[in-house]
Design a binder for this molecule. Structure first.
Ligand code: HEM
Length: 228
């Protein structure tokens, strides 16, 4: 099939699933920031979204985008390594005009993914998984209310170690996004002389805003504030 066999087709898959990820991160970072203003409002928004089938299906589609993006990235790297064969170490000097992030997308992606697994253990297993297993009988299971996201955020970030780990994660995410947003816009055709520099600035500004929104939470806790 064209999408899988041609290199342009493969780039299209990476860009479209990447755009899904960027949308997910936009919603997620905007929603998180609510917790800094009101824990009740945060839980109410999360509860309303959790009870809305459109939002649940939307999250499911975006989550599928995550999985395709990651598996495809690994597959493409393997194809590239195979294509270069024994010559893969031949070029060692720095190439002009190639950013550090663009050369390290796989490594950055693996760091982002590793922390994502930790993030799922921190929140998903205590919230969605508990709801899936116990439904509304969570009290009998002796756990905290799985719909009280603000409580779990407060609990996790009260640890300075977790604040720092999340900041490291977000720095890696920033590098990955600055190149990723640029590359996805480039692949969908915004690649002429006029648009190239604009697209680069849009990617940098957009990625920086998303990462700063996320980072506001661990920084807020490191400064000694709490949300409960
Ligand atoms: C300080 C930053 C972050 C905080 C405080 C945070 C908080 C949360 C919370 C509370 C949940 C559970 C939501 C619920 O069930 O209502 C969640 C889920 C999730 N987070 Fe984050 N998150 C942060 C950063 C990130 C980043 C950077 C990513 C991706 C790279 C991410 C990806 C996800 C995913 C995939 C889920 C599961 C799907 C969902 O429930 O929407 N999060 N996060």
């Amino acid at each position: 099939m064209w999408l899988i066999q041609s290199s342009i087709g493969r780039k299209v898959i990476m860009s479209v699933t990447g755009i899904f990820l960027i949308l997910f991160l936009t919603f997620h970072s905007l929603m998180n920031i609510v917790v800094l203003f009101s824990a009740e409002a945060y839980n109410a928004v999360a509860g309303a979204l959790g009870a809305n089938w459109y939002a649940v299906i939307g999250t499911g589609v975006l989550a599928l985008g995550f999985v395709v993006h990651i598996l495809y990235a690994l597959y493409l790297t393997w194809l590239n390594l195979k294509a270069r064969g024994n010559d893969r170490y031949a070029v060692t000097q720095r190439q002009e005009g190639v950013s550090w992030a663009s050369k390290n997308m796989l490594v950055l992606g693996i760091i982002v993914l590793g922390f994502l697994v930790l993030h799922m253990i921190n929140f998903w297993t205590k919230m969605q998984l508990v709801e899936l297993i116990h439904g509304s009988n969570w009290e009998a299971a002796g756990v905290h209310n799985p719909q009280d996201g603000a409580y779990f955020i407060n609990e996790l970030f009260s640890s300075p170690l977790y604040c720092i780990l999340y900041i490291v994660w977000l720095v890696a995410l920033w590098f990955h996004l600055t190149h990723g947003v640029w590359s996805s816009l480039h692949s969908i055709g915004l690649n002429n002389k006029t648009w190239m520099p604009r697209v680069k600035s849009i990617s940098n500004v957009y990625s920086t805003i998303i990462v700063l929104l996320f980072m506001a939470i661990p920084v807020y806790f490191l400064l000694g504030f709490r949300v409960l």
